[in-house]
Write a protein that binds this ligand. Sequence first.
Ligand code: ACO
Length: 434
Amino acid sequence: MIDKDEQRAELVLPEKSVSFPITESSVGDQGIDIRRLRSETGLITYDPGLANTAACKSAITFLDGENGVLMHHGYRIEDLAENCVFLEVAVLLITGSLPNREERSQFTRLMNKNSMLHEGMIRFFDNYPERAHPMAILSAMVVSLSAFYPEIIREDNDTPLDETITNLLSKMRTIAAFSYKKSIGEPFVYPSYKLRYVENFLNMMFSSPVANYHIDPVVEAVMNKFLILHADHEQNASTTVVRGVGSSGTNLYASIAAGISSLWGSMHGGANQAVIEMLEDIRVSGKSVKQVVEQAKDKSNPFRLMGFGHRVYKTYDPRARIAKESCRELLKHLGIDNDPLLDVAMELEEAALADDYFKEKSLYPNVDFYTGIAYRAIGIPTNMFTVMFALGRLPGWIAHWLEMRQDTDQRIVRPRQVYIGQKPRAFVPVEERL
Ligand code: ACO
């Protein structure tokens, strides 16, 4: 029972009633503050996947899954994706404000200064097998940054945009491009002070000593947009991991490396790779989209429609809408009139959205459904898709890690459990065991 006037929620138990304060939000869901629950009642809550649990207060991102609204520090994702470059959104997430011209130049200078990798780290690449998944390399290399660049955010620093943060933002892009070059056996292309963030990434990926890469401004714009779409999504799985790992006092790089590992899974960021694999499979096997939709509905089959469904969105993911439109524009610009995978994707979306199972469960395409088709058209290989997601999500992870460190309510993440194992029993000496 919630008493709106008193701003308290009452829990009525057989022997007593206990009331808990309501934690007010500025917009959206309010929370029942149950910090005294166990000490007052001896009970704990059971909430697998923490689907109903706010583990923190946050001022970074607002998400309304029922109405398809996503905002960062009050700005709608549609406005940010249309009008900003990725680095502006990174600054917004980390500092709370969009940078003015001078702040943007200052940030760009710091990014440039920190873009190179220590030569000792570059030698690590020699020892990865060529078939190594770039997410494995990315996670390992990011945690290794803490060995090579041990200065950690100083608590007394007024500006959070310090070397540690730009070091990570800039170097992770270099690591991502180098892991691709390693996989194709080509020499690394170093970052250049002459290029902007996305241009630099494309150049490190696709130019070589024998072939200059022409940076197409439309490709650059789409890439900026996609990075913005991924930049933050409040308490998603990987961000929760970053906060959780950081809650024990772990440094930024190590916390982010754990986030990268969490993102890799196919239910999270790994879905963009899984979507393309699923679409390819449909195309090659000749299965009809109807068959695939039926397969996704079959509870005896673990298969799910990849790129569909979301824990929070119960309507069309606003990021998916933007990604779909950008993907179409990009293919048109590149002169790809017929991409068989785009055709399959659109047919599959239409079939799923018309199906009662998907309607009843409010399952819509998520951000991962269309991005892979665009990445493929740009020439990014499938196993790099989740790396692209990680590059986009990085400022969000950093912002949450910083917010977590400054939150006076924050405690080490250490949930409870409902134990369902053996009750106490007598010890059996080895010679008496059956
Ligand atoms: N295909 C078929 N059925 C689905 C799908 C899907 N893609 N997604 C959810 N369902 C069904 C579930 O089986 C469940 O059915 P039930 O109520 O009969 O048991 C119901 O819809 C609710 O799904 P949950 O698994 O409870 O939803 P949850 O919030 O735990 O999971 C998730 C969300 C992981 C995204 C899920 O929808 C999924 O696996 N989707 C496919 C993978 C994917 O696209 N992941 C990317 C997510 S977005 C991101 O990280 C960028």
